[in-house]
Design a protein around this ligand. Structure first.
Ligand SMILES: Cc1cc2nc3c(=O)[nH]c(=O)nc-3n(C[C@H](O)[C@H](O)[C@H](O)COP(=O)(O)OP(=O)(O)OC[C@H]3O[C@@H](n4cnc5c(N)ncnc54)[C@H](O)[C@@H]3O)c2cc1C
Length: 309
């Protein structure tokens, strides 16, 4: 791979305004990638597997605009995970609110503008409702909401007697010689995720997992890491058939979050299917609620929202 050329292309993408990316013709990411005058080694050896990993989309059927935005995010910020696990982000957001504002572990069974029915606490009254679930649950609670198709994701967690010698690097499968799309020694990336200095290897399988998943993944991981995996132990395997909402072209990145005054919906299915997309849609919904409640721009809350942006 011509690293200098690739580095220059990524640096250009990092400084490209999002508005320019959104003005580009929209096709599938695969078609856009094939149409670029890049060496096939760069495309097949890096860009295709990287985009596959970033989008959880092995067929690269995602809108090329969304793919470029996600690749731009990678070029600007590189890859990262929240220290301590993905629950850290909502925990930090909740910690900024007055104590008792957020109740967790409450299952909502019905919702409308003035009340929410819960399994655990009966009915709770409300002035407005913002539904922030995944797309499937949102459509169950508010029938009529569009349900996209999804990219299934399976995550395997293995432990090993010693870490493979790849450090904190993310290994991408460019050869498609097994079920694993990407893998890393997570305990090298974030030691807090593995107890007592143990090694944790986290691997992702995209699409429908094959039968005998652990056996075929283990053989593939041995090839990717260049080490025997015979003495690795499978700690957990999580399969989510609705992991990532699909974003085929044409994709609307600004799906309405205000259904009517008092009723709002946010989540990755209203924006891009990423954590950033979920956060952007939440900010749009918060602005809509403030507007409907008559809280004018310039108030403390509005200033707080702008600062958070
Ligand atoms: C394995 C995996 C890996 C991923 N990797 C990445 C990545 O590397 N980068 C990235 O940007 N994105 C990644 N994503 C996608 C990212 O996690 C989602 O886009 C993001 O979490 C969406 O946020 P959200 O708030 O819309 O929905 P969620 O995070 O799904 O939150 C919805 C919440 O609603 C709750 N809920 C649902 N129904 C009810 C109900 N009836 N009552 C009460 N609560 C309910 C759920 O319990 C959940 O807590 C990944 C997703 C998966 C599954």
């Amino acid at each position: 791979i011509d690293q200098a050329r690739l580095g220059a292309a990524l640096a250009r993408l990092a400084t490209t305004p999002a508005s320019r990316i959104l003005a580009r013709p929209e096709q599938t990411a695969l078609a856009a990638l094939s149409g670029r005058s890049l060496p096939s080694r760069t495309v097949n050896g890096l860009l295709r597997p990287l985009l596959t990993a970033l989008l959880s989309d092995p067929g690269l059927t995602t809108s090329s605009r969304c793919a470029d935005l996600v690749l731009r995010g990678y070029a600007r910020g590189r890859l990262c995970v929240p220290s301590g696990g993905s629950a850290t982000l909502p925990d930090l957001l909740a910690a900024a609110l007055p104590p008792g504002t957020v109740r967790t572990g409450v299952h909502v069974t019905a919702a409308d503008i003035t009340s929410v029915r819960t399994k655990e606490h009966g009915e709770l009254g409300c002035r407005s409702l913002l539904l922030a679930t995944g797309a499937g649950a949102a459509a169950e609670l508010l029938p009529g909401l569009r349900v996209p198709s999804f990219h299934p994701v399976t995550v395997l967690h293995h432990t090993a007697p010693a870490p493979p010698p790849t450090g904190a690097a993310l290994l991408l499968d460019a050869d498609r010689s097994g079920p694993v799309a990407h893998t890393c020694v997570m305990s090298e990336v974030d030691p807090s995720r593995a107890p007592n200095g143990r090694t944790l290897i986290t691997s992702t399988v995209l699409g429908t997992p094959p039968p005998h998943l652990d056996r075929s993944a283990r053989a593939h991981l041995a090839a990717l890491y260049g080490t025997s995996t015979d003495d690795w132990e499978l700690l957990a395997a999580h399969h989510d058939p609705e992991a990532v909402p699909a974003m085929p072209p044409p994709h609307d990145l600004r799906r309405p979050v205000r259904l009517l005054a008092g009723l709002y919906v946010c989540g990755d299915h209203r924006d891009t299917s990423t954590v950033q997309g979920a956060l952007f849609s939440g900010r749009r919904a918060a602005h809509a609620i403030l507007g409907d409640l008559g809280i004018r721009s310039g108030s403390d809350v509005e200033a707080g929202l702008r600062e958070a942006a």
